[in-house]
Design a protein around this ligand. Structure first.
Ligand code: CUA
Length: 345
């Protein structure tokens, strides 16, 4: 092969590879990772992308060079010269891809194993609720709820997480299959009724990220969203303890906290809570609705929370409101009923 041909081949390869590299780098294909696991997944992505760009540049250079160099002249209708295969070349183009695919498998296997690893507090050390922080994630049509067993089963409608603490999410569903996804955390996990699927996340960037349901689960699938909020550890602990205090027995549960923690505000309009959602009935009209149902206000509210299908406001379909609120601790349920009754007056 002449030196001029090699220079031409290399030049075409650099142009093609450079173009592909620009497409890979300049377009934000993936969100900025906000967890260690997402960082590792990004590494695999870039590892594979670099290999792909190199192979693309090589193949594109040879094709483009051959198309111009060996083009048939006008009127030329002879066969090409009879050439037998090149054993050395064949060994190289089999061995190199085999080595690359093996390398990708090894890197992926290491990342998968690391991402599934849960750091445990040492047996000798005293139990640390943040090693790992266990969060029970419950999906239902069409809402997420997050419960913190280490903090007195504290429940929240948004996923609050401390920075840099390993988190073990135990994901399940009450009705159909949903799927938990925070793009910045880099992983998805199905929420399946009757089983608990684990997902390990170690958030490493403060911020607010969307929690998305990524499995078509019914009419409200598109609105089945929440937020994940990553904050410094101290801020998380003071939030968790403050919530525990507000929800704790002692007669002090705050109705408004129960209302927002259980996600009532993501479906209902209620002026005192500043919520304007329109999936369920407007709770500012509770008084008229209780009259229509022929019940005293507080009794009507309590029944509507623990047994939502007992009375359905005209114009709303049955079975949309989750039936799980019957398991709210009594102090929280009482506070919620009182809060709604007061706001409706
Ligand atoms: Cu739940 Cu889609």
């Amino acid at each position: 092969m002449r030196r001029g041909s090699i220079v031409q081949l290399v030049a075409i390869g650099i142009v093609c590879g450079g173009g592909a590299a620009l497409v890979a780098i300049l377009i934000p294909w993936l969100p900025d990772p906000a967890s260690r696991q997402a960082g590792r997944i990004d590494f695999v992505f870039w590892f594979v992308t670099v290999i792909c760009i190199a192979i693309f540049a090589l193949v594109a250079a040879v094709i483009i060079y051959a198309v111009f160099k060996f083009r048939a002249q006008p009127g030329e209708d002879m066969d090409g010269p009879p050439i037998h295969g090149h054993t050395g070349l064949e060994i190289v183009w089999t061995a190199v891809p085999a080595a690359l695919v093996t390398a990708i498998s090894i890197v992926s296997a290491i990342v998968l194993a690391k991402n599934d690893h849960v750091p445990r507090a040492s047996a000798a050390g005293k139990a640390d609720p943040l090693k790992p922080l266990v969060v029970d994630v419950t999906a239902q049509q069409f809402a997420w709820s997050f419960q913190y067993p280490a903090f007195g089963k504290l429940t929240s409608a948004t996923l609050k997480l401390p920075l840099r603490a390993p988190v073990e999410l135990r994901i399940t569903s009450l009705d159909v299959t949903h799927s938990f996804w925070v793009p910045e955390f880099g992983q998805k996990q199905d929420a399946v009724p009757g089983s608990v699927n684990k997902l390990i996340i170690t958030p490493d960037r403060n911020g607010n990220y969307p929690v998305i349901c990524t499995e078509l689960c019914g009419l409200g699938h598109a609105v089945m969203r929440s937020r994940a909020e990553v904050m410094p550890e101290q801020q998380f602990l003071s939030w968790a303890k403050g919530q525990q205090k507000q929800l704790g027995g002692g007669g002090g549960a705050s109705g408004q906290t129960v209302f927002t923690n259980n996600g009532c505000n993501s479906c209902h309009t209620f002026k005192p809570a500043g919520s304007t959602a329109k999936i369920g009935p407007d709770l500012d009209n509770l008084k008229q609705e209780a009259q229509r149902a022929g019940q005293p206000l507080e009794q009507f509210i309590r029944q509507s929370i623990v047994d939502p299908n007992a009375y359905i406001q005209p114009g709303y379909p049955k079975g949309i409101m989750p039936t799980t609120f019957s398991s709210l601790p009594k102090a929280q349920l009482d506070a919620l009923v009182k809060y709604l009754a007061q706001g409706a007056k």
